[in-house]
Design a protein around this ligand. Structure first.
Ligand code: PRX
Length: 678
């Protein structure tokens, strides 16, 4: 029998299972103003009414042509939504709001330096800037419908403007998180086949103006080595008219967007009429192999789903000031800073910097200044702000009606601080569980309809029907207290369509394991496997335990252990590498890295540093391990497999279990001593 793929140390194994079952109810004041107070929404979105229920979300959008088929399953599990429909995302997020909201802020851009002025971009201004950029992309860069373009931009207003300009033309954008290295950017340029890279010269982070352009040079060089030529690098300037990077500008390749735009002032570009199933963007994420995968998101389905969930789960009204403190370089920012909120005419805040710069009062000052009333962030930020500025929120005069948490499980204690101190006991909290692949929320309480339970995401949102399977494929019933692999029974419009260029991997990774019949064209046979372990309470509330695969969730960001291991193996001296997740007070999880060296090399601080540097340059700072442990040998099975389970236990100071069957049990004691002493 083939050896079963098992992950020896998963996040789920080191998860703490909180027993908090008390309900906390949203205030009547919140309920009175909520977008969704009608309980029948769950009947309307029941499996009996699937898939037509999602018409309700699609009808929030403006279509050039209405669709004829709600869900096409003929190419299962690559599902197509709203087939026959023609739509443009840029039109829906910008143009159609002009009639009513022309002079309302679409984006509030908050620079990190506090002495720089906040930019309030109205829908009118956004319309002009998106059109001008679209004209530039079309006429100068020669981009057209279906082309891919890589963006490597930080959190400034130019990022959503560029995304919406691409969407206007039907150009598929692939935004790479600004903190990723040039090499990581290159891998995504190559995979997506982009010949244009859009970047910025510099941006602020933690008080420093970082040279970002140098990453573009690295990216272009590395992409070219891998066979993908980038012929144009479009460089926004953090300060228009001034070049803020040290890296030289390459003639005939690098162009300043701000200069070029002068030639397009007043330009207007007719939005492309896209098929609903045409891709809107790619978002790369980590998986079980070393190679990140490009999750391909659709235009019509994705926009309908993010608009619907922004309205009912985020409870955004056009009069609200909504601040999602995530990075647009991740799916949260795409769905819930840009596309969802703008599709429903929200005012969305884009903050350039880190939450605690120059001090942990910063987020609350921004909230006070802009009258933010909906706030959205990740547990890692809440933990950090609670630790370094537990009393800061009280000092500022702001009032949230609603707050979101996303990205990782939130400890009930941290949840309570968020609720009582940040939310001042007034704000409803939604704990939204979802993924890059899912485009939008999977589980959360609907804020005006259901009570909150600290540490639990809540039941499936309307139209999402979770189910938990054990390893044998039996259903784990709610209320049994048993954990299992959480899946979604049905497709939904926000789900990614495939992995860019790799349909087989898409099927294998997300559908194969629990597929009831691989030849079936019936969606019921294709539950979507999320890769998370979960426990479902008797009331249907879902508690996520963490990843069951080779993925680690660091500060709410996904990292593949294989990606980190491959980066370590770039170092000449390294023979083997193994990464395990370790619990961390602020980040939730952190990678811990074990390496063994090739014969003839001695462990040294230099090699440790070389390995750290390699990880930063191959992936980026976020992937930095807690420690690089240079071990004399890895604990191995007799067949030579590295026992990550044992390393994971040692890193987390847990019992290592029975090691007598290992080929080299004595090594475990040596490593234990090393890890405990440090
Ligand atoms: O393990 C789950 C965790 O983050 C993973 C998805 O990461 P990513 O694709 O980067 O998207 C993050 C933002 C949507 C999931 O598989 N996760 C996400 N949200 C939660 C969560 N774990 C617990 N509670 C959440 N609310």
């Amino acid at each position: 029998m083939a050896e079963k793929e098992v992950v020896e140390t998963s996040e789920a194994q080191i998860a703490v299972h909180w027993q908090e079952e008390k309900y906390i109810y949203p205030s009547t004041e919140f309920i009175a103003q909520a977008n969704m107070t009608d309980k029948t929404i769950f009947d309307r979105f029941s499996l009996d009414n699937f898939p037509n229920c999602f018409k309700e979300y699609a009808d929030m959008l403006t279509w050039y042509e209405y669709w004829h088929t709600t869900l096409d399953t003929s190419d299962a599990p690559c599902f197509k939504w709203f087939v026959g429909g023609k739509i443009n995302a840029s039109y829906n997020c910008v143009d159609r709001h002009l009639k009513e909201y022309k002079n309302k802020a679409a984006i509030h851009f908050v620079p990190e330096p506090e002495n720089e002025k906040i930019e309030h971009i109205t829908y009118q201004e956004l319309y002009a800037r998106v059109n001008e950029m679209a004209a530039l992309l079309r006429d100068f860069a020669g981009l057209k419908r279906g082309d891919r373009v890589t963006l490597h931009l930080p959190m400034t207003a130019e990022l959503p403007i560029t995304m919406l300009a691409c969407a206007r033309l039907g150009v598929i954008h692939s935004q790479v998180f600004g903190g990723f290295s040039g090499k990581a950017c290159a891998d995504r340029i190559v995979d997506s086949g982009s010949r244009v890279l859009i970047t910025i010269d510099a941006y602020y982070r933690g008080g420093a103006l970082l040279d970002h352009k140098e990453k573009a040079d690295e990216a272009v060089a590395a992409a070219e080595k891998d066979g993908q030529k980038v012929d144009k690098v479009l460089v926004w300037q953090r300060y228009p008219g001034k070049y803020s990077a040290k890296t030289p500008v390459k003639d005939g390749r690098d162009y300043f967007v701000n200069d070029l735009l002068k030639g397009y002032y007043g330009a207007r570009v007719e939005p492309e009429r896209m098929d609903a199933a045409d891709p809107l963007f790619l978002m790369y994420t980590s998986g079980t192999t070393g190679k990140p995968k490009g999750c391909q998101h659709s235009t019509g389905g994705y926009l309908a789903y993010t608009a619907g969930t922004s309205k009912y789960v985020q409870d955004i009204h056009p009069t609200d000031v909504y601040w999602c403190m995530a990075d647009i370089g991740w799916i949260t920012g795409h769905s819930y800073i840009v596309y969802g909120p703008l599709a429903i005419a929200a005012s969305s805040v884009v903050y350039e910097g880190i939450p605690n710069y120059p001090d942990p009062g910063r987020p609350w000052r921004i909230a006070q200044e802009l009258d933010v009333n909906i706030f959205h962030t990740a547990p890692t930020a809440i933990r950090a702000l609670r630790k370094i500025g537990p009393d800061e929120p009280k000092k500022y005069n702001y009032h949230f009606k609603h707050m979101t948490t996303v990205g990782e499980p939130i400890e009930p204690e941290v949840w309570k601080w968020y609720y009582e101190v940040v939310g001042k006991g007034e704000a409803a909290i939604v704990d939204t569980w979802w993924q890059t692949e899912t485009g939008g929320f999977l589980c959360s309480t609907l804020p005006a309809l259901a009570p909150m339970k600290p540490g639990s995401a809540g039941p499936g949102v309307p139209g999402i029907h979770p189910i938990v399977y054990d390893d044998e494929g039996n259903v784990v019933e709610p209320g049994t207290g048993k954990a299992g692999n959480i899946c979604i029974q049905n497709p939904w419009p926000g789900a990614f369509q495939t992995i860019w260029g790799d349909r087989d991997r898409y099927v294998r990774q997300y559908y194969e394991r629990y597929c009831k019949n691989p030849d079936s064209k019936d969606w019921r046979d294709w539950p979507y496997m999320t890769g998370d372990a979960a426990v479902v309470a008797a009331d249907g509330y879902v508690r996520i335990l963490g990843r069951i695969d080779d993925v680690i969730n660091v500060s709410g960001h996904r990292l593949g252990t294989k990606e980190i291991e491959s980066a370590a193996l770039v170092v000449e001296e390294v023979a083997e590498a193994a990464v395990v997740p370790v619990a961390h007070e602020i980040k939730g999880r952190e990678p811990d890295l074990y390496v063994s060296l090739k014969p003839g090399y001695q462990a040294s601080a230099e090699i440790e540093k070389k390995v750290m540097d390699a990880i930063v340059s191959e992936i980026g700072k976020i992937a930095k391990p807690r420690h690089v442990w240079i071990v004399p040998d890895m604990p191995k099975t007799r067949s030579g497999k590295i026992m990550r389970r044992v390393l994971g236990a040692l890193s987390n100071k847990q019992p290592e279990g029975d090691v007598t069957t290992l080929a080299n049990p004595e090594i475990v004691e040596q490593i234990k001593e090393m890890v405990t002493k440090a």
